[in-house]
Structure formats: structure tokens, C-alpha cells
Design a protein around this ligand. Structure first.
Ligand code: UD1
Ligand code: CA
Length: 465
């Protein structure tokens, strides 16, 4: 059975008070609409048709870039004359048969199982509605029933005081046989309090046509909540983060505080992983067994091997090249690892050390105030405090090679391209612009001199007053 998904996302989102289209505001690092589209992909939809209006071009560009492989289609709704009018715009894109699932672009946490249950309830021949019992259903369309049988949806603004007492509300999600949907949409009117074309009017049409209507209740309130304001966005973000934190803890990960944990992407953890408070994970992060992450770290696109310790306030961003940290490495506090930092086992990176596009072999150390860019560092190298690779000549970047067992003194400048041979020692304060031979001491700085005849200047004596 062919499944098509129609997502309504033309609304302005006035209450966000933002220049950005509402459905592009991020939840857990991804636009609201992307969450909905990804669920459609997981359902195996043949087409994902998004109705855009406000900020249409931006919405379309961002989504096509984020999901280049997905069967995306966009149709514009201009002006916006209601949810029925919105879905009418998708009609030319829809096939003659199959099932259409209608979703909202600003309801990001619907679970695949819930959507699948709705599709199953539709079974290609019934109108299946997702409903929810609400403590305060103000604003929602109410489900009108005769006994069990659903008769219609009445919008809040059109409902009588008696109908407004009904707690069962329409969530905005339905699965409809596509052929029926097309026929009903063609017959929608706008004779109501808001003068809008209501999608929800198709329920009464189905009843009149003798097409069975079934209402499935949502598993939780969280999965049907929409975002209309920054407050609601933050509320959904915390609910989502709590769900992710609980799933990780159930798998054995020890979070110091699940309310101070943020995952904006995918995190894979081994056994006995400890994560202290206020850590943010982004992109794809893998933590091996017994990894420990200190407080206030930001870690994006990185792989951290077993037993490594990331001390507090460390910033790791692999971007597209990734960052690899070897087993038993000690990183931070206050370290910065940038794209292409590939650190072997037992490497030590201390405070205020920046590493970019560099490999460091087993046991190499850079413990204080240093920069390593475009460098290849051998085993057991000790890279002194305050030393830097001068990797950029203003136009091109060059590599620095530091062979095994080298000792770079404090405050050295290694002007690339350059090779420091195995076992060499570079004296503190050297500016080294030619390769240094293995096994020797190389010093490149002014000679120390003491001048015995020198005297400090003195202030002239004040003339008497
Ligand atoms: C709608 C339902 C209501 C339901 C509620 C759940 C209708 C008539 N009513 O209410 O029964 O309880 O959702 O949240 O369907 N949109 C467009 N184009 C338009 C109008 C809306 O794309 O012309 C989009 C909005 O961007 C939004 C979604 O449709 O994503 C729902 O619109 P909204 O105005 O929030 O829903 P209501 O009409 O209030
Ligand atoms: Ca509305």
C-alpha cells in the first residue's frame, strides 16, 4: 500500500516573534520540520509533501540540504485560508490510490509507532484520527461522538458551550484513503466562524458517505504537543532531552543529572560511562567503555576510546573530519580539539592546548598552553608549554613532523614545513625554521649575555623648592 505524507507548515508562527520560519527553529539541534520528515522517512513514505507559505524558500532550501536523499516535495500555499485549503494544494502531487498521512510541521515528537498505528487503523479504507484527552482542550477541535461512533470534529471557535465541555481533542494528525481525501477536499466550504477551509470538516463528510471513522488515542501528551512560542519550544526540548537521558541511563550510562544533559544528535556509549553535569553532545559521538566526561564539556562529531578521561570545560568539535581520542588519553581541563585531531592511546592534552588536523602517537604529551596545527607527532613526544606550530604562511598551510621521543622545550615556534628528527631536543624559546637532526640539541635563540658595567637609569634630582 502506497503511503504519502502531507505536512502542514505554511503558518506564520506569530507567537515565536522571530524572523525565522517557525518550523525551522531547532529542537535537539534539528529543525522542527526535520523531525517530522524523518519520521515520514522511517514510515517508508513514497512522497513527503510539505505545504509551505511563510518563509517558503528558506524552509525548502534548508530541508533539501538536510535530507538530500528523501523523496521531498514542496507546494506553496498563498494566501493561507485554513488547514483544508493547505491540503488542497497537495492534491496535484497525490496519487489516485493509497493512504495519505497528514501531519503538522510544528509537532516534532510524534513516535513512529503512533503514526503506524494510525495508518494501520486507516487500512486504506477508513478515516483514522489521532485524538487526545486533554485537561484543558481550549483551542482544539472537539471529537463529537454518538456513543462510540465518531460523528464530526467541531472547531473550538464554532463549538457550543456544551460541546466545549468535551475533553477529547483532535491532535491535527489523520490517515485517510487518498481517493476519498481528494473527493472530500473538493467539497470543502468556509462557512464557519473563522471563514477558513477546515480540514476537519471531512470527518462529517466521511460519516455522510458511510466511510468508517476511527479515533486512536495518542500514547502520551508529549508526542502530540505543538510549538507555538519560545516557551513551548523550550518545554518540548526538555521533555525530549529527558526521554533521551532516560534511554541512556536504562542502557547503563551514568548521568550525574539527567536534567543537565543535552544530546543534539546520536550518542553511542560503552559500559561504565560517566557523564558529569552540563555536557552537550552534538552530531555523532561514540564513547568507549569506562570513558569519563567532566562537567561543562561540548563534544561534537568525535570518537573517544575506552578509559579516556575528558576533564571539565573541554571543547571538542570534529566538524566533518572528526576527532579521535585514543584509549586512556587524558584531555583537559580547558582543552580544545578541532577537526582532524587524531590522538593515540594515552596521549595527554592539558589546559589551554589547541590541536587541529594533527595526529599524535601513543603517549605523546602537550600539557600546557600550546598549539599543534597540521602536525604529525611521534610516540612519547613531550611538547613544551607555550610552544606552537607556525603552520600558516598567510597563504598556505604546511606540515610539521615531530618524530618519536622528541622533547620540544617551552615557548618554541616551529616554522613549517619542518621535521624534528627522532630523539631531538629543542631548547626553550627557540624559533626553529630549518629541520633539526635526530638525537641532538638544537637551540635557535639569542645568546644569553650579562653586562657587568650596566647601571639602571635614575630619575633626575628634583630642583629645590
Ligand atoms: C487545528 C485543527 C484542530 C486541532 C488543532 C490541533 C483544523 C481546522 N483544526 O487547529 O481541530 O485540534 O489543529 O493543533 O484543522 N496551516 C497551514 N495553512 C493554513 C492554516 C494552517 O499550513 O492555512 C498549518 C499551520 O502552520 C500548522 C497547522 O496547519 O502547522 C495547524 O494550524 P493551526 O492554526 O495551528 O491549527 P488550528 O486551525 O488552530
Ligand atoms: Ca489556528
Amino acid at each position: 500500500m502506497v503511503l504519502d505524507v502531507v505536512i502542514m507548515a505554511a503558518g506564520k508562527g506569530t507567537r515565536m516573534k522571530s524572523a525565522r520560519p517557525k518550523v525551522l527553529h531547532p529542537l535537539a539541534g534539528r529543525p522542527l520540520l526535520q523531525h517530522v520528515l524523518e519520521m515520514g522517512i522511517r514510515l517508508g513514505a513514497a512522497r513527503l509533501i510539505t505545504i509551505t507559505g511563510h518563509g517558503a524558500e528558506q524552509v525548502e532550501t534548508v530541508m533539501r540540504t538536510a535530507l538530500p536523499e528523501a523523496p521531498l516535495a514542496f507546494v506553496r500555499q498563498e494566501p493561507q485560508l485554513g488547514t483544508g485549503h493547505a491540503v488542497q494544494q497537495a492534491v496535484p502531487e497525490l496519487p489516485e490510490t493509497g493512504t495519505t498521512l497528514i501531519l503538522n510541521g510544528d509537532v516534532p515528537l510524534v513516535r513512529v509507532q503512533t503514526a503506524q498505528a494510525l495508518i494501520d487503523a486507516c487500512a486504506g479504507e477508513r478515516l483514522a484520527l489521532l485524538t487526545v484527552d486533554l485537561a484543558d482542550p481550549t483551542g482544539y477541535g472537539r471529537i463529537l461522538r454518538d456513543g462510540e461512533a465518531v460523528l464530526a470534529i467541531k472547531e473550538h471557535k464554532d463549538a457550543t458551550p456544551e460541546q466545549r465541555l468535551i475533553r477529547e481533542g483532535y491532535t491535527g494528525m489523520m490517515a485517510v484513503p487518498t481517493a476519498h481525501l481528494k473527493r472530500w477536499l473538493a467539497n470543502l466550504g468556509n462557512d464557519n466562524v473563522q471563514g477558513e477551509y477546515y480540514l476537519t470538516d471531512i470527518v462529517a463528510m466521511a460519516v455522510a458517505d458511510g466511510v468508517p471513522v476511527v479515533a486512536t488515542k495518542a500514547g502520551s501528551e508529549t508526542e502530540v504537543l505543538g510549538v507555538n512560542s519560545p516557551l513551548q519550544l523550550a518545554d518540548l526540548e526538555r521533555r525530549f532531552q529527558r526521554q533521551q537521558a532516560e534511554a541512556l541511563m536504562e542502557a547503563g550510562v551514568r548521568l550525574a543529572d539527567p536534567t543537565r544533559f543535552d544530546l543534539r544528535g546520536d550518542l553511542t556509549c560503552g559500559r561504565d560511562v560517566d557523564i558529569d553535569v552540563n555536557v552537550i553532545f552534538e552530531g555523532t559521538v561514540t564513547l568507549g567503555d569506562e570513558v569519563s566526561i567532566g562537567a561543562n564539556c561540548v563534544i561534537r562529531n568525535a570518537t573517544i576510546a575506552a578509559g579516556a578521561v575528558i576533564h571539565p570545560f573541554t571543547h571538542i568539535d570534529g566538524e566533518s573530519l572528526g576527532v579521535d581520542i585514543g584509549a586512556g588519553a587524558l584531555i583537559g581541563p580547558f582543552a580544545r580539539l578541532r577537526p582532524g585531531a587524531k590522538l593515540g592511546a594515552e596521549v595527554h592534552i592539558g589546559n589551554f592546548v589547541e590541536v587541529k588536523n594533527s595526529t599524535m602517537a601513543r603517549g605523546a604529551k602537550a600539557n600546557h598552553l600550546a598549539y599543534l596545527g597540521d602536525a604529525t607527532v611521534g610516540e612519547r613526544v613531550n611538547y613544551g608549554a607555550g610552544s606552537i606550530t607556525a603552520n600558516y604562511d598567510g597563504a598556505n598551510k604546511h606540515r610539521t613532523t615531530i618524530e618519536a621521543d622528541v622533547h620540544i622545550g617551552s615557548n618554541c615556534v616551529l616554522v613549517a614545513p619542518i621535521t624534528i628528527g627522532a630523539g631531538a631536543t629543542i631548547g626553550a624559546g627557540s624559533t626553529v625554521s630549518k629541520s633539526a637532526p635526530a638525537g641532538q640539541l638544537t637551540v635557535a635563540r639569542g645568546q644569553q649575555a650579562s653586562i657587568s658595567t650596566w647601571t639602571r637609569p635614575t630619575k633626575p634630582a628634583k630642583s629645590g623648592a
